[in-house]
Design a binder for this molecule. Structure first.
Ligand code: FES
Length: 105
């Protein structure tokens, strides 16, 4: 599938993502050399993998409590906020569009 990523400087790129592997969106973004600290290693504890779902997120699994609790601590989070480390893409997510919002320090 292809997903669209808006970086912090507003530049947008489209990347191809395999869905037959068990990587989180955070791991995919890091592997594609986007700047994401992911300090906690994907445990929903650092929120540096914060992304905004701009469109196409209808088929994503709903966030679990731990993710929601973490997002609650972010002053700039809103209803479209997710933690990329808690998202696993499927074939249904083709065309997903996100914006990177995680802190860089
Ligand atoms: Fe730390 Fe996602 S990598 S919350």
């Amino acid at each position: 599938i292809e997903i669209k990523i808006e970086d912090r400087d507003g530049s947008t790129t489209t990347i191809e993502v395999p869905t037959d592997v068990n990587f989180s969106l955070m791991e995919i973004l890091k592997a594609s050399e986007y700047e994401i600290l992911a300090t906690c290693g994907g445990m929903a504890l650092c929120a540096t993998c914060h992304v905004e779902i701009k469109s196409g997120g209808e088929n994503l699994a709903q966030p679990e409590d731990q993710e929601l609790d973490m997002l609650d601590t972010l002053p700039d989070a809103d209803d479209n906020s997710r933690l990329a480390c808690q998202i696993h893409l499927t074939d249904q997510d083709h065309g997903l569009s996100i914006r990177l919002r995680g802190a860089l320090q």
